[in-house]
Ligand binder design. Structure first.
Ligand SMILES: Cc1cc2nc3c(=O)[nH]c(=O)nc-3n(C[C@H](O)[C@H](O)[C@H](O)COP(=O)(O)O)c2cc1C
Length: 295
């Protein structure tokens, strides 16, 4: 996750039994190299790097990933065709994030090892089709043979179990970890996340790249411009440069871009990543014991 998942969060998640992922989308290549090295020094467990494929400096990022011996890459926001085979030739496991069964099939055809099916509820960039996790997971499950990880709206063990009932082999959790002690998000942003309620987020900037945002003054500006029929170029100008950094990393809750999922409405505390993972598993096990599953 850009601006929020650096080596501290990724290594904490891996040390606690998950697969921590460094979000490279907000990093220059030399920063990414440093983050990978710090993550490796902080955990002996596997970890991955996420690379949004729209990133302009993508060749440099991929070179760093290969040179540093990263074993698992999650790609997103783009066509997996070009990079999957290049990474796989280097022995890297490639997982691609999709928001539709059409893209899931394309990712499978491109040779990806697994897929993240990310529903409309999710924080960050999002699909134009607006397919919710409840609908998307079974669609993707039946569209491909490779393993499916569900994302979007999962912050509790009960939600994790639901995703698995729908056909997922595993889950990718985003928003819940923004409100973790190890996330590199600004404290103001973390506090805003735990005070979010139902309706606090909205899918925005569909003409540019659809992204789910926490409502604030910047969001209202975008909404007004969109209602007035602003063009893609006008919206890009309004967005400017560095909005996401301003909001999520520097803590400007008014003028910054704040990316978070609908499930923020259910997140009420900032916890260590290890506790978040322990809670997820404990809730999952407890939910499994409920009478529904023993009919
Ligand atoms: C602050 C934030 C930044 C994100 N940045 C990225 C990113 O750079 N690349 C990516 O593939 N997904 C990104 N995502 C999406 C997450 O990886 C994950 O799929 C999503 O948060 C899952 O939905 P949830 O928020 O309901 O848990 C981001 C999510 C958030 C909340």
């Amino acid at each position: 996750m850009i601006w929020t998942s650096g080596w501290e969060l990724a290594s904490a998640v891996s040390n606690a039994g998950g697969l921590g992922i460094i979000g490279s989308g907000s990093m220059y290549p030399d920063i990414l190299r440093e983050q990978i090295r710090k993550c490796r020094a902080a955990t002996e467990k596997s970890f991955g790097v996420n690379v949004p494929l729209l990133y302009p400096d993508i060749e440099k990022h991929m070179r760093v990933i290969v040179e540093e011996g990263v074993k698992i890459v999650f790609t997103s926001a783009g066509n997996p065709k070009t990079w999957t085979s290049i990474l796989k030739e280097k022995g890297i496991t490639v997982v691609h994030v999709v928001s539709s069964s059409v893209f899931a099939k394309k990712a499978e055809a491109a040779g990806c090892d697994a897929i993240v099916a990310e529903g409309f509820e999710a924080g960050g960039h999002n699909g134009r089709e607006e397919t919710t996790s409840l609908v998307l997971i079974p669609l993707v499950r039946s569209a491909v043979q490779i393993p499916v990880l569900a994302a979007g709206g999962i912050a509790s063990g009960r939600q994790m179990l639901a995703a698995m009932v729908l056909g997922a082999e595993g889950v990718q959790v985003g928003s819940r970890f923004v409100a973790s002690e190890e996330a590199s998000a600004h404290q103001n942003f973390k506090n805003a996340v735990i005070h979010a309620t139902e309706g606090s987020t909205h899918l925005s900037l569909k003409k540019v790249v659809p992204v789910r945002l926490l409502k604030n003054a910047f969001f209202e500006q975008v909404q007004a411009a969109e209602l007035n029929g602003a063009s893609k170029e006008e919206l890009e100008t309004l967005l400017g440069r560095g909005r996401a950094k301003k909001g999520m990393y520097e803590g400007d809750l008014e003028n910054g871009e704040l990316e978070i999922g609908q499930v923020s409405a259910a997140i009420r505390d900032i916890l260590p990543a290890e506790t978040i993972l322990k809670n997820l598993w404990a809730e999952f096990e407890a939910a499994l014991q409920e009478p529904l599953y023993h009919l």
